[in-house]
Design a protein around this ligand. Sequence first.
Ligand code: ADP
Ligand code: MG
Length: 288
Amino acid sequence: AVPLVVAKSTALSAKHGLLIKNRTAFENARKITTVVFDKTGTLTLGKFEVSKVVSFNKEIKQDDLIRLASALEQNSEHPIATGILQKVKDLKITIPQAQNFKAITGQGVGATVDGKRVLVVSPGYLKENKLAVPGEYQANDTETVVFVLIDQHLAGYIALSDEIRAESADAIKTLRQENIKSVLLTGDNSKVAASVSKTLGMDSFIAEVLPHQKLDKIKDLQINGEFVAMTGDGVNDAPALAQADIGIAVGSGSDIAAETAGIVLVNSNPKDIVSLILFGKATYRKMI
Ligand code: ADP
Ligand code: MG
């Protein structure tokens, strides 16, 4: 039986963009009952484009706001950072120096710029720190919003849009046909998560989760008897990927995620997960 598995898994890597690092992961693929997907970069393209910059303070111009934000984002590899940096490049804004940069994992970034302490953070960060989330912030349900804080005052926000991958809906549909549940797990805000989950016909979504909560959510599913595969790309996904019965790292993501996972999706394509499961099932059928 082993040579068949080897042959199958090698074929999968070549044809379906899967790098199988751990053969047990491939052998277990047929047991999956729930696939937990991260959003950015797997179900979506992970290419954020700035759609709106809004200042709450008349003394701070839109360009100032994104200029300050860009100084922080220069130190980050998050897809949101890439989107903000592209925008300042398009606007031909010179990026200032940032000191004392700090990443707030799964929530944003902070640094000192022009002598001011600047944070670019998620709505979840505002809630957790009991800062009022302004009711008037205008973003449609598909946009990710990050807030800019200057010396602890809410100065404005930047809205960014990402695109759902063309292959995602089909991948979710095939999973459903195989009686496999799909769950969206994301650090992004609930509105965006609800919108993506609904558009793709997923079973449920869990939003605004912090890195350690991702791990707990995987455990919860396992306690409920689910055999869980999880996709992830970030440094912050590594603990949850390790906890999942099968960890699947997205090829475009961080090295840590790839090291932790048993399988790497070379082309970051969710359809390749379906191939993995179907091939796993077919291989097992031939073996018995
Ligand atoms: P996901 O689950 O979509 O991969 P993350 O856990 O990486 O999301 O990030 C969760 C949220 O934290 C983002 O939606 C954003 O609001 C905030 N965030 C993370 N990194 C950054 C960054 N470099 N700049 C601004 N905001 C960030
Ligand atoms: Mg991520």
